[in-house]
Design a protein around this ligand. Sequence first.
Ligand code: GLN
Ligand code: ZN
Length: 762
Amino acid sequence: MSKLSIPVSTLGTPRIGPRRELKFALESHWSGKSSEADLLQVAAGLRRANWERQHALGVTNIPSNDFSLYDHVLDTACMVGAVPPAYGWTGGDVPLETYFAMARGSERAPALEMTKWFDTNYHYMVPEFAEGQRFELASTKPIDEFMEAKSHGFHTRPVLVGPVTFLKLGKAHGATFDPLDLLPGLLPVYVEVLRRLAASGADWVQIDEPCLALDTDAKTEGALRGAYDTFASEVPELKVMLATYFGALGDNLDTALALPVAGLHVDAVRAPEELDRVVARAPRDMVLSLGIVDGRNVWRSDLQALLGRLEPAVAARRADHVEIAPSCSMIHVPIDLELEEDLDPELRGWLAFYAQKMRELVTLGTALAEGRDAVRREIEETEIALLGRMASPRVHDATVAERLRAVTPGMDRRRNAFEVRKRLQQEALALPEFPTTTIGSFPQTAEVRKARAAHARGEWSDVAYMAFLKEETEKAIRWQEAIGIDVLVHGEFERNDMVQYFGEQLSGYAFTKHGWVQSYGSRCVRPPVIYGDVSRPQPMTLDWARYAQSLTRKPVKGMLTGPVTMLQWSFVRDDLPRSQVCRQIALALRDEVGDLEAAGIQIIQIDEPALREGLPLRREEWATYLDWAVGAFRLASSGVRDETQIHTHMCYSEFNDIIDSIAGMDADVISIETSRSRMELLEAFVAYRYPNDIGPGVYDIHSPRVPTTQEMVDLLQKAVERLSGGQIWVNPDCGLKTRGWDETRPALQRMVEAARQLREGL
Ligand code: GLN
Ligand code: ZN
């Protein structure tokens, strides 16, 4: 007999497939090896498998239109015909070719911009709107996929990106206007979609408005009211589950509760404190979807604790007016833990991926309907695993705790102020003006990747692999010397990835085999899992730094990934505040910094490209975050003598609103990406009178194009006009790992030449 249950909803399922089937199908299609029909067939297969999997797991509300060939925001842009003229679309259904041109660029036009989806590591394509933009229905994907599910026997709840969030995520092209002003023209298309869905048999639709988790203004609130009033009056037969996630509703709570929608989904993981308020204040008729299982992390849920929170909520509402769900769409977690056969069983017992999390929800739903006894076995198993996790010596390392306690206030400050250090470093390093350097990595050529793969498969011995890496490093050092770079790098040939390389050498980190999550389009990442106290059993980069330095008299930079980036690009344990985990990583890195210094490395770079990504969605929480994030960087970097030069590096970042925190990091040198903005990003430093040294990137490493010497001289001159000459370093925007040597060689030669011309001009 099937058990009773409170309805369980999936807000969105991972699209890439358990074995990244979508990625491979896309890439095969893009390279011309398979047809459009082949690709669409794989996609249909994945959707069907997804629906079947949810059905088998016992999910009640199964979504459709949560699938995407590339990105759901791009899907929405196509649905409403927001295709910029450059792509040559002339109306009718947006062809797949146009869709991919918007995603990836074509001969005709570059791709749309891409940026992070709220505070996740998923990237969406930024819609572009022209002044007076017109919208029309140009893709019936939501209806098609609803019908497709129906043909397989599944009655689904289609998902749409809400019109207000959609406009707010877009940008005005060519003119300055507020995309939100386009709402009146956009709503009729949405109404048309909703009508067609209703006509096709849909009774509910999920509309995502995560903009409700952001700081909003009266205009946004008005837009939300306008949109949902329209839907309620134009398509009253279709019930709307309005979904918000990634944070508290906060001051948007009243706005959300007043909207004429049949249901509201809230993120009870990110905003646990808000649950009671929502339950108490939501209109009696409103169905509440409680996002209780973490859709952003990989930890097994504490079922008892969650039941303790859910039971009163369910009791307070009409029983048929509550659903339970993950906190947000599940595209941010890996698909199935079952595939992790090599993962240590104890650790595995602490984890839950998408499939496991949906099962947890079904268990919770049963417990809520029939009582905890109905799922006693599941609860007991979970408790045993979680008690094990709480007590495990693999999680709790007394030495790490002791070290954290022993941190004294002075430890996160350099001994002397920058002016003093600068003088001492000049004496020690004797660098010319406009010193040249690179950001760390040199091309990860096919040869390098092949060698790594062969070594990983056991086909290459450690000895052979090491010999190969040493040879690559030596070639890189010799070449940098030959072209006259001032501060050398070893090239990072031994590194697979800037986080993984360190995570693999630190205690407290684990790696999965199939734990892929979509980063953008076909690109997937496998974030490491920080499950325990982090420490450094032994030096991580010392041998390579020493070896590289032994080859040359010029300074070679030690190269580390900073604590915030190590945190930000991982799944982080949920039993400690992130700030604490970050401090643990900082202490491990501090030891590495100390070892490098002791080995005679005079310059150490600590990369923090993800610093800005960690900013909370709400402004009022920024200060707290920046305080601990900058504190962690300082803890990692401040244990050195004044003569030792600390560099940091940040790419794709804006600095205006965080410049005092950047200055607070007190790195002797910061290199940033500035070439694409033509040095505009420097303005923040100029306005702030940023005192330390800066390396504004003089060429774009994302493009194979080799810039001319003159272009780099021009950019440097712009920098000289804004900063003091003695402050400026000369370097590319970022590391060169994605480039080939054929572009890297002339580009860096010209960069060195540009620096020479500048020195002579002075
Ligand atoms: N040192 C790293 C490299 O050069 C930095 C990468 C990054 O900033 N994303 O590849
Ligand atoms: Zn970078």
